[in-house]
Design a protein around this ligand. Structure first.
Ligand code: ADP
Ligand code: MG
Length: 673
């Protein structure tokens, strides 16, 4: 049995469990070993009862000081109650319906209790603690369990796997010695079953390094051939000609960024540049300027957007800006008929089309260009690194530009996006409407509905955003689906409503968004999937339910959907959370409109792990590393990745075989995210 053995063949697994594990992304024994615990319960770290703070998890070692009393409640719940004590104090324990556990416990014996005390001052109270024999003095791993597979089961399987296979070593001796990293098998044992806190730290350090090292190796291999010569040198700088055609004056920031790009495009090397600009900063006009310049110099350009609706939106914008210039724009998306597609492809091939705007449809194999000189990807975090490269391969070292509204600290962007240079649009177009933001609790709901109706009656549109798709019984959160049904039947029965969430098929989502863009839907009930970059200037109101559930950057991105037209726009955040932290966070959103500033606060308040929420950066989700907190490791790992690739560019030596396998895995994920 090796790391690559199908998980089904691990002792204790079988067909049914294999199915469940595969659902968690665990296909092989090796993948199981890299399924790390979500958290740990430290049964070695004992707190004295008198020192325990309320509402914090503690481990207590105490004797059961009274016989266990059984109480039947009227609602049919059986309670088991007793008093326990250590040398410092007593506390009351209540178990709910846990008969097996209660029958095992013996009056007068000592146990370990893991749980939280409530704030009762007279006699501390612990409800449903986890209880273990005192001999259980170890650090226990807790795994992401599911309904049909408990953490304890996963724990057992991991132990079997650890004793059955030796994992191959991805980090060679030199790297391990120079960075003081333990070997892989020690690391895996101690990340799952830490002997001590120190051995856990050793294990974690090594696994973080390994993960970032493999990521960097994968990214380096993918890096486009940016040091070769470009065949697409821009000789004629006709930017001023472009500016004259525009219905508005570009901001100084837009002009600077275009000039930076043109400078690259004249240099004789292919441009590789990332443009970061907050929502609404006007990235599309920058893209249009560069396509214009490329076309005037005889080169074709391609602009790739993540969705059909965004592609169509860009197409319309480009057509209106570039009309009367003789520059020929076209659209290529999955929505075209076969015949239309064939026609567009022919015209691309023979050079009749100067600027092509499209979706993933652009990277299909049979799309061929005549003279592709410039490749732009919009909302780049929505594309895998690999996809970007694929489009560029269709030209002869074309210039590439990626545009993103996700504010990533610069140093990090440099590392994550390899060789990209960075330009920032740090200014908004004049006359942009400031969005007023209000924070209220749900007692205002009726008033909010009336407020929304006032706008809808004037012909404006709006959004209501909820955190979840389906009802969740544990957390009292508003779900988009139920909310939509309810509003449609009752409060908003006279209005055209739409529902949008991530579990819908892409085509269904697209259709709803189209209807909203055309004004056929007035009020859109949605989860956070509302398209980044969508421009519906008629939408002027956004209500966000359970606002405390969203990250600051996420709230900011959402809010960027409104305030895009001539009308005054309002954003209303609803939250019943009384926690001072929540209030502070919502205040920040209320008082700030600068995405980079908000991102900074976000980073500080939430901790780096959550910063970008759901994989907004086009980098696969990390298992253990945190690209923000572990930034320094990332920099070191990059150095070593380059070193290894210098020695063995194709990773074909036997020593590098395990690394090559890992890199292949990362490609798969890069292509998915
Ligand atoms: P984003 O950077 O979020 O992609 P867009 O390119 O969609 O922003 O631009 C947002 C809106 O601002 C569009 O309606 C666009 O026409 C307008 N706009 C862009 N640049 C300017 C400018 N310099 N002056 C006035 N309006 C502008
Ligand atoms: Mg945009």
């Amino acid at each position: 049995m090796t790391a690559n053995t199908d998980i089904r063949y691990l002792k204790g697994v079988g067909a049914k469990r294999a199915e469940i594990l595969k659902g968690k992304g665990i296909d092989t024994v090796g993948a199981l070993l890299r399924f790390f615990p979500r958290k740990y319960l430290d049964w070695t770290d004992i707190t004295a009862v008198k020192d325990a703070l309320p509402n914090q998890n503690v481990c207590i070692k105490a004797k059961i000081a009274t016989p266990i009393e059984t109480v039947e409640t009227r609602r049919g719940i059986t309670l088991y109650k007793f008093i326990a004590s250590d040398k410092t104090d007593r506390f009351a324990v209540t178990l709910f319906n846990q008969r097996f556990l209660a029958e095992k416990l013996k009056y007068g014996c000592e146990y370990l209790f893991y749980g939280k005390f409530d704030e009762n001052l007279i006699l501390r109270q612990m409800n449903s603690p986890i209880i273990k024999e005192v001999s259980f003095n170890r650090i226990e791993p807790i795994y992401n369990a599911s309904k049909n597979m408990s953490s304890a089961t996963i724990q057992k399987l991991v132990k079997t796997a650890l004793s059955t296979v030796e994992m191959p070593e991805v980090l060679n001796n030199k790297i391990r010695t120079e960075n003081r990293l333990c070997d892989i098998n020690y690391a895996l044992w101690n990340i799952h079953f830490p002997k001590t806190r120190d051995s856990f730290e050793m294990a974690k350090k090594r696994l973080v390094f390994e993960e970032l090292f493999c990521l960097q190796t994968a990214l380096s291999v993918l890096k486009t051939k940016s040091h070769s010569l470009s065949g697409c040198v821009i000789k004629n700088n006709c930017f001023s000609e472009f500016q004259k055609m525009l219905p508005f004056e570009l901001t100084d920031a837009q002009k600077r960024v275009v000039e930076e790009c043109i400078c690259d495009m004249r240099s004789g090397r292919p441009m590789s540049r990332l443009v970061q600009g907050d929502v609404g900063s006007g990235k599309t006009a920058v893209a249009a300027a560069l396509c214009f310049v490329a076309a005037k110099n005889g080169y074709q350009s391609a602009l790739m957007a993540p969705t059909e609706i965004l592609a169509e939106q860009h197409y319309k914008t480009f057509c209106s800006i570039l009309k009367n210039t003789g520059i020929n724009c076209a659209l290529l998306t999955g929505a075209l008929t076969q015949k239309q597609k064939t026609q567009v492809k022919n015209q691309l091939n023979n050079g009749e089309i100067d600027v092509i705007i499209g979706t993933h449809a652009l990277i299909v194999n049979d799309v061929e260009f005549n003279n592709l000189g410039l490749v732009i990807t919009d909302e780049q975090h929505r594309f895998g690194v690999a996809q970007r490269g694929k489009l560029a391969e269709k030209g002869n070292n074309p210039h590439t530009l990626v545009m993103s509204a996700t504010p990533i600290p610069q140093t990090l962007a440099h590392i994550l996006y390899g060789d990209l240079d960075i330009s920032i649009i740090d200014m908004y177009p004049k006359g942009r409407q400031k969005v007023d933001t209000y924070c209220v609790d749900s007692s205002y709901r009726q008033r909010i509905y009336n407020y929304i109706k006032k706008f809808l009656n004037q012909g404006r549109q709006g959004y209501i955003v909820c955190p979840l798709v389906e009802e969740n019984e544990e957390l009292d959160l508003t779900s988009a689906t139920e909310y939509y049904e309810d509003l449609k039947k009752n409060e908003f029965k006279d209005y055209s409503l739409g529902l949008l969430h991530g579990k819908m098929k892409p085509a269904e989502k697209e259709e709803v968004m189209q209807k909203f863009a055309r004004g056929e839907i007035l009020l859109l009930i949605s989860t956070t999937v509302i398209e980044v970059g969508i421009d519906v200037p008629n939408a002027v109101i956004m209500v966000i339910e359970n606002a405390e559930r969203f990250g600051l950057s996420q709230l900011h991105q959402l809010r960027g959907r409104i305030g895009r037209g001539e009308f005054k726009s309002d954003c209303i955040l609803i939250s019943d959370s009384k926690s001072p932290e929540t209030q502070k966070r919502l205040d920040i959103i209320k008082q700030n409109s600068d995405g980079f500033k908000i991102a900074d606060y976000d980073l500080n308040l939430r901790g780096p792990g959550d910063f970008l929420g759901n994989r907004q950066h086009g980098i696969p989700q990390m298992r253990i590393a945190d690209i923000f907190a572990d930034k320094n490791v990332l920099i070191t790992a990059k150095k070593y990745a380059e070193y290894v690739l210098n020695q063995d560019p194709t990773l074909s030596s036997p020593e590098n075989k395990p690394l090559k396998d890992e890199v292949k895995e990362i490609y798969k994920k890069l292509n998915q995210c």
